[in-house]
Design a protein around this ligand. Structure first.
Ligand SMILES: Nc1ncnc2c1ncn2[C@@H]1O[C@H](COP(=O)(O)OP(=O)(O)OP(=O)(O)O)[C@@H](O)[C@H]1O
Ligand SMILES: [Mg+2]
Length: 305
């Protein structure tokens, strides 16, 4: 039950209201999207097969990309590597042209503030109010004093309300996190991303707890929010139809390998069938070809084990 009055709903129609105020200024300062690149990346997590195997890709600033593939394909691993949360076992990662793993700890921390990595199960403190959970997205830009003060009294409730409204959650501003449904928690995490100063959103299965209507609305909100600030958006999804309907570029992962990476207009039903069906078949082989005739990326399948 709300214990404090809700701030007035933001006026999205007014560009002046978006352009004014320190929080808006801080957001626009982060408008440039992040460039992401992997060059022959392998990630070995101790399983029988590499979680990522010889993955190469380039994502330009401001691009919007869906990552699809069966369970265990390596989607979460890919997002973690792109977000500099997980170091590759082999190969190179570049974030805005910089190899994060060549940086010192301070440089790595600074680079990570350029990215917002949203796990499928958001790490939200259960007893926290939603407003505080959302504003935690600004933590990397705050001093210690501001961070502690925010725990006592949320500093910019209007900003949190604005972010929540984008994800149809404005009425939950003063609710406690542990009184939210799973889908509401997921959207609180996305609202946290919006208030952050990130130029890249790496979102892991944001729709798993949402009904079909909310799922479509949430993807639209994510895309609009990213586009407004020119941020790069990479989103892993199990909902193939939604990935194909909402994203201009789709990467198909299977068994840690990139099966295809192309403009959504040229993704074929055959691509999808090869990605998901015949699960018991051997992992993609170096002789496999994608629909455009080029070989599946592979540095030799044996290196995947
Ligand atoms: N901590 C770990 N230790 C060992 N193996 C792991 C670990 N985390 C993931 N894996 C393995 O790495 C592979 C890729 O896992 P990942 O979580 O990236 O897949 P995913 O595509 O995100 O799957 P899902 O759709 O189920 O979330 C899987 O085979 C998984 O079992
Ligand atoms: Mg996953």
């Amino acid at each position: 039950m709300p214990s404090r009055p809700l701030p007035a709903a933001p006026d999205y129609s007014s560009s002046a209201s978006r352009a004014s105020g320190p929080t808006s200024a801080a957001r626009s300062a982060a408008a440039a999207g992040v460039a992401l690149a992997l060059d022959r990346v392998f990630v070995r997590l101790g399983g029988s097969r590499a979680a990522l195997c010889d993955a190469s890709l380039e994502i330009r600033p401001g691009e919007q990309v869906a990552v699809i593939g069966p369970s265990g394909a390596g989607k979460t691993t890919l997002l973690s590597v792109l977000g500099a949360a997980l170091a590759p076992s082999d190969g190179r990662v570049r974030i805005d042209g910089t190899d994060p793993w060549q940086l010192g700890s301070r440089g790595l921390r600074r680079l990570r503030t350029r990215l917002f990595l949203a796990p499928q199960t958001p790490p939200l403190a259960p007893r926290q109010r939603v407003v505080t959970a959302v504003l935690a997205g600004r933590l990397p830009t705050w001093s210690l004093l501001q961070a502690v003060a925010s725990l006592v009294r949320p500093g910019d409730a209007a900003l949190a309300a604005d972010a929540l409204a984008r994800f149809s959650l404005a009425d939950k501003l003063w609710s406690r996190v542990d009184r939210l449904s799973g889908g509401e928690r997921q959207r609180v995490s996305l609202a946290r991303g919006w208030v952050s100063s990130a130029g890249g959103f790496l979102i892991d299965e944001p729709l798993s707890a949402l009904d079909p209507t909310l799922a479509g609305m949430t993807l639209q909100a994510l895309r609009r929010t990213s586009a407004e600030r020119g941020a790069t958006l990479v989103c892993s999804l199990h909902q193939v139809e939604l990935a194909l309907a909402h994203f201009p570029r789709v990467i198909g992962l299977r068994d840690g390998s990139v099966m295809f990476d192309r403009d959504v207009k040229s993704v074929t039903p055959d691509d999808i069938a090869r990605l998901y069906f015949n699960r018991d078949a051997a992992a993609p082989d170096v002789t496999d070809e994608v629909a455009d005739g080029s070989p599946v990326q592979a540095g030799g399948p044996s290196r995947c084990f």
